[in-house]
Design a protein around this ligand. Sequence first.
Ligand SMILES: [Ca+2]
Length: 495
Amino acid sequence: MRTTTKCRPHSMLATVLTLATSVATAWLSANAAFAVERPNVLFIAVDDLRPELTSFGADNMVTPNFDRLAKSGVRFHRAYCMVPTCGASRASLMTGIRPAKDRFITFTARADKDAPGVTTLNTHFKNHGYRTISLGKVFHNPADNKSGWSEPPTRPNAKPYITEQSLAATVKDNKGRSRGPSWENGGDVPDDTYTDGIIANQAIDRLRELASHPDQPFFFAVGFTKPHLPFVAPGAYFEKYPVSEVRLPKNYFPPKAAPQGAVHNSGELRSYSDIPKTGVLSEAKARQLIRGYHAATSYTDAHIGRLLDAFDELGLSKNTIIVLWGDHGWNLGEHTMWCKHSCFETSLNAPLVFVTPDSMKLRTGAATSSLVEFIDIYPTLCELAGLPLPKHLDGESLVPILKDPTTSIKDQAISRFKDGDTIRTDQYRYTIYRDKDGQVTGHMLYDHQKDPGENANVADDANYAEVVKTLADQLRSNMGKPSSLLKKGEVSKKD
Ligand SMILES: [Ca+2]
């Protein structure tokens, strides 16, 4: 076990607030600490991006722009989403509060419905004089927390498919939605034939306009929509991944002794017209999907590159923080599973990068293996911008890690999905499943020192009995408390 250096930024801030005579004074004090007054924030979300990027250790990816961003800041190799599905992950991140069994459950979860009255991240910046803008997919539902933006959110949407072949293969799924193939090679078409090219065009225009008002700080959220299914991109991005070089995961098999239901049926993928409803996908189909996901990742990478080019050209790096996050992980055939929606590492680990202006004197070009959670993004941005921390926040500021990437601020990352609650520590991932009455229906433990692929559940191995007991206690005492058990006026907080 690695030695943990505990930092408690909440108490540091509390000290600042005690000494200050007003919030405004505290704000100025905190900013003075970073020598950038009211820094802008460029907040980049990427839908369904798993940490399979060159800068995160991949040897098979073409992601020069994610890597360029990662190398100019601090990249977090062990960042975990709170819930591995779009709406719930984003609602938790934007409120800064933990999910629970009755809060932030599904892909349609909304912050303003599940945590009414909570000051979201964008609202907090708006309340402190920032111009807050949402372009693309930020909250899952564009109507969520609408009042927290200075203007109505915009979400350009191109047609999902363009080829005759895809259009002919489009069918209605069991929810009545039109579903075409899981992937499409668009051939020789302009990049803005698809949505992320359009988002980038609009984001660049908006960035130029924002930069022309230097007296007005901004919080600009740009949400890219790929590599989320379907994996569509112009042909040039598919050509970066020759078919003959596409590899299946080493563990294209279910884990040994995993509880029933831990490996799901990849339901989200099954609704696409080229995917059989049940059964393990053929290796040929698996290779098509892997290639498509990689092509869609490189496609979005190119558009992040265009946005970064504009950012550099406008000279924004001197006073703008960039944070980039994928909203959760993605299974690309590991354990024969696809999509997210599970309590395995591949569903929960997602990319997180912070880039700060040079004058803040924080680290650049560094990687950290500290365990962090997406609820930590909100307090981190507050501290960097010198804003007071709302009392409801469950996370911790990551600034100590941005100063020294060997620092740890917490001993565990805790996530959940539906009936599963899961804890990741330095060495282990342990998950407990319960039925609706709270009775335990199964559990699984993976020893990452011996089994980083999570291929053998050892929860019932007598040699791990003490580990299981310790982790179950640690999970119980740190997981989010259900909203139904909170007292009036409380928002979340663990037990
Ligand atoms: Ca997502």
